[in-house]
Design a protein around this ligand. Structure first.
Ligand code: HSE
Length: 329
């Protein structure tokens, strides 16, 4: 058994024996927090929990078979499955469409939760295929393939979940056409996430956004984005905290999330640096410098949703610097 990360080049580190005849790979794909509040579609980070697991096996039967080992009722038709379309785009470009493959998916990241469920499926599938089929696609290529899954899920290609899932840590997507992805330093911070058990479809959360912004709002937003990137580079937690402000998207989307204002207020009172909607919601994330603070924030989140009798899941976790983990079996 051999463990590698998604950003490990697979050929050079493997001996002939290891790279000779790979029949199966297992991947563990992290959840991701897109937008990082002010960076709509351009910033995101991976977290240690929750995560999905997938196994990609070679088979004698031509074509791709998908098996879901979870209870989310997702399509197993490769053309209607985010992992399937991402994987098919890689196979087509590699001229390997007839290869016999079986993809077994066990999701723990609930679809529609706002922590990159579709990205985990799409990114995990292409990273697994790159290793199993001994291709040497680079991370940018893998992001390009995986974005086809996002297009199926939300109607548009965006990389702010896919890129941190594959690269690990915090990523800036300066451009997607052409792809220009920059890994930023991962601060030593704790992440508290609450997922109120309602579903917000990314396509719906995008459809309500305004298409035009006021110049004064844009100025405030790019000040925050610059501040956040500088805060990450300098590991300046206070600067990170005060840059976690979104004057464009959050005021529109937060109405879809019950308890949002209370979670934000109580979390900051509990000592969180700041936070906001995770991706397109309904999950909400908060960053804290100390583990104890992150736990305190979790208690405040639980108290709010318990008082509303709204089922919820919480995670206290860290930024996942390694991205997708691959095990060759
Ligand atoms: N940037 C995307 C959005 C992320 O906010 O719509 C979706 O997870």
């Amino acid at each position: 058994m051999l463990f590698i990360n998604s950003h490990t080049k697979i050929f050079s580190p493997l001996s002939n024996e290891q790279s000779g005849d790979i029949q199966s790979v297992l991947v563990r794909t992290p959840a991701t927090v897109a937008n990082m509040v002010c960076g709509f579609d351009i910033l995101g980070f991976a977290v240690e929990e929750p995560y999905d697991t997938m196994q990609l096996n070679k088979t004698n039967q031509k074509g791709l078979t998908i098996i879901h080992e979870d209870n989310y009722g997702l399509s197993c038709d490769p053309s209607q499955n985010v992992a399937g379309v991402a994987l098919l785009s890689l196979l087509e470009e590699a001229n390997l469409k007839n290869t016999g493959l079986e993809l077994r998916i066990h999701k723990q990241i609930k679809p529609g939760s706002g922590v990159g469920s579709s990205a985990a499926s799409a990114a995990g599938a292409v990273v697994a295929a790159n290793v199993l089929l001994q291709r040497n696609y680079q991370n940018d290529d893998l992001v390009r393939f995986a974005m086809n899954g996002e297009k199926l899920a939300s109607g548009v290609k965006h990389a702010d979940n896919i890129a941190p899932c594959i690269y690990g840590g915090v990523t800036l997507i300066r451009s997607i056409f052409p792809l220009d992805i920059i890994s930023l330093p991962s601060p030593d911070l704790f992440v508290t996430i609450v997922h109120p058990q309602i579903e917000v479809r990314t396509s719906d959360a995008r459809s309500i956004l305004k298409q035009n912004v006021q110049l004064r709002d844009a100025i405030r937003q790019w000040g925050n984005i610059g501040g956040l990137v500088a805060g990450l580079m300098k590991s300046d937690h206070a600067l990170i905290g005060r840059s976690l402000e979104d004057v464009l998207i959050e005021p529109v989307r937060s109405i879809l999330i019950p308890g949002f204002d209370a979670v934000k207020k109580k979390s900051k009172e509990a000592g969180a640096l700041g936070g906001g909607i995770s991706g397109s919601g309904p999950s909400i994330f908060m960053l804290s410098s100390e583990y104890q603070t992150a736990l305190h924030v979790e208690q405040e989140m639980k108290a709010i949703y318990s008082a509303m009798s709204l089922d919820h899941h919480t995670y206290v976790t860290r930024i996942c610097s390694k991205g997708i983990r691959v095990t060759i079996q």
